[in-house]
Design a protein around this ligand. Structure first.
Ligand code: AP5
Ligand code: ZN
Length: 215
């Protein structure tokens, strides 16, 4: 099955996508991860987007649509999870056209509902393993041994350059202005399913599993 995880920064899209990869062999397509990879590998595109991302603004539709298009023809495993894409109506239309061309269907759009106060706590407490990308949180999901990744044993914990209050304000504003109209867009297409993203991680995973098994 192919699904979109839709929600504001910090809603838990990446956390839940990683579980679906482990539990259902689905393929996570995170445009945020792809852009950060392009930045660390020092490609021309990576250099161009670094400044925009650090401020918390959206990069151009053309760039992210190109990134997704490249991956859609690759291995699909148990289905694609679109994480952080689409983020504008133009991206949503482009995804629809690409899927139709490849004979693929979109099975559900899962909106993860979380309030703003929780988002700020989640983003400012987040850190990730620099080796394997596992996602942690100072309070809700710390590593078992301080400074050591539970998954790969790595010792290099990182915080994202855009995980500060200033950039987060911009990211939230971008979400409400440009991405939240997608809720109505997919509702009108009959594809929208909403889950309570404020619940504990396991409970959120259960709600998503229910949606997947029903769609
Ligand atoms: P992107 O990387 O997509 O970031 P985002 O949308 O801001 O989302 P996050 O990764 O911050 O949050 P998440 O929902 O994945 O939360 P997580 O699971 O980590 O985008 C970054 C930038 O790239 C954009 O600003 C833009 O510049 C650019 N970009 C990317 N895609 C683009 C596109 N399509 N178009 C244009 N530009 C694009 O969880 C957060 C924290 O909370 C973690 O610490 C986690 O442990 C914790 N947590 C998770 N779930 C729970 C829970 N249930 N209870 C308690 N804590 C929890
Ligand atoms: Zn790790």
């Amino acid at each position: 099955k192919n699904i979109i995880l839709l929600g504001p920064p910090g809603a838990g899209k990446g956390t839940q996508a990683k579980r679906l990869v482990d539990e259902r062999a689905m393929v996570q397509l995170s445009t945020g991860d792809m852009l950060r990879e392009a930045m660390t590998s020092g490609t021309e595109m990576g250099r161009r987007v670094a400044d925009v991302m650090e401020k918390g603004q959206l990069v151009t539709d053309e760039i992210v649509i190109g990134l997704i298009e490249e991956r859609l023809t690759g291995p699909a495993g148990g289905g694609f999870i679109f994480d952080g894409f689409p983020r504008t109506l133009k991206q949503a239309d482009a995804l629809g056209a690409l899927m139709a061309r490849l004979g693929q269907t979109l099975d559900a759009v899962i909106e993860m509902q979380v309030d703003d106060a929780a988002l700020v706590r989640r983003i400012t407490g987040r850190y990730t393993c620099g080796t394997c990308g596992a996602v942690y949180h100072d309070e809700t999901k710390p590593t078992q041994v301080a400074g050591t990744c539970d998954v790969c044993g790595g010792h290099e914990m990182k915080r994202r350059a855009d995980d500060n209050e200033e950039a987060l304000k911009t990211r939230l504003m971008e979400y409400y202005k440009k991405t939240s109209p997608l809720i109505g867009y997919y509702y009108a297409k009959g594809q929208l399913r909403s889950v309570d993203g404020l619940a504990e991680m396991d409970a959120v995973a259960d709600s998503i599993a229910k949606v997947l098994d029903k769609s």
